[in-house]
Ligand binder design. Structure first.
Ligand SMILES: [Zn+2]
Ligand SMILES: [Zn+2]
Length: 265
């Protein structure tokens, strides 16, 4: 089993030492993990700077790989927060530094913060959802430097929708752009911890991804604390299998490696 979305003290919103997360992963029997520290350029909250010390990060990952060799495989990833006006900077970062795996996430839309709710001010939830997915579509039409899309329906975490709309028409468009380019999505199990009652994206979107021909999928807990490592993975793997997915992916030097789900559960 692999956890392909986790943070440590290299992320601005996390104070967990890498060792604690690694040891939790070993205890839980994982064979491979990938740290995906935050980089969010021009994040619309002046009180937090999502910058990454790339030199220290590289050094620490190498140290951890040596220290835990033979116990667990540790990969070096990054979670990039895209916005239409920072795509060049994102590209520069991943061109200048080695990463095994890159998650492309939308944490802000309309240059406003989702987490603290500014994005939802003065607009209906339905319009906010539509703008969120449209902005993600706009980004991935103009940006190719990533492995998977992170928590695709993150907008649900911050505001409940007051209509039945599922936005599948925009999300299908997103899949039509990313799948032919060999990009994937992740299933992010932190949705359970945040009370959504499902992973992100939800089952209907995972099913749509499969129907559109999507094969590359990673599974990640988005753990900011050691006890969240591999949270709800067994049920999530069962769900993926029931939808028809046969593989989960890991990455090395940005290349996907597919592992049969049947060998994991
Ligand atoms: Zn994220
Ligand atoms: Zn994350």
């Amino acid at each position: 089993m692999f956890d392909y979305h986790m943070h440590s003290s290299f992320s601005a919103d996390c104070s967990t030492p890498m060792e604690d997360t690694i040891e939790s992963a070993i205890q839980k029997g994982l064979t491979e993990i990938c740290f995906t520290e935050h980089v969010d350029y021009d994040y619309p909250d002046p009180t937090i700077q999502f910058a990454l010390d790339t030199t220290m990060y590289d050094k620490k990952i190498k140290e951890m790989q040596e220290k835990y060799e033979g116990q667990i495989s540790i990969k070096k990833g990054v979670e990039i927060g895209v916005q239409p006006h920072v795509l060049k900077q994102c590209e520069q970062l991943v061109n200048d530094h080695y990463f095994d795996f890159i998650i492309c996430s939308l944490h802000a839309a309309d240059r406003k913060n989702l987490h603290h709710g500014q994005f939802f001010e003065n607009r209906t939830p339905e319009l906010a959802y539509e703008m969120y997915y449209e902005e993600l579509l706009d980004c991935i039409k103009n940006y190719d430097h990533y492995s998977v899309l992170g928590h695709l329906d993150l907008v649900k975490r911050y505001k409940k929708l007051d209509s039945e709309r599922n936005f599948h028409e925009i999300i299908r468009e997103i899949f039509r752009v990313i799948i032919p380019k060999g990009k994937g999505i992740e299933v992010n199990t932190s949705g359970f911890a945040y009370g959504l009652g499902s992973a992100m994206p939800s089952e209907d979107i995972l099913t749509l991804y499969k129907k559109c021909g999507g094969e590359i999928i990673t599974i990640g807990s988005d753990a900011h604390e050691p006890h969240h490592v591999a949270h709800n993975f067994k049920d999530t793997l069962q769900l993926l299998k029931s939808i028809g997915f046969q593989y989960v992916a890991t990455f090395e030097n940005k290349e996907p490696i597919l592992h049969p789900i049947n060998n994991i559960i």
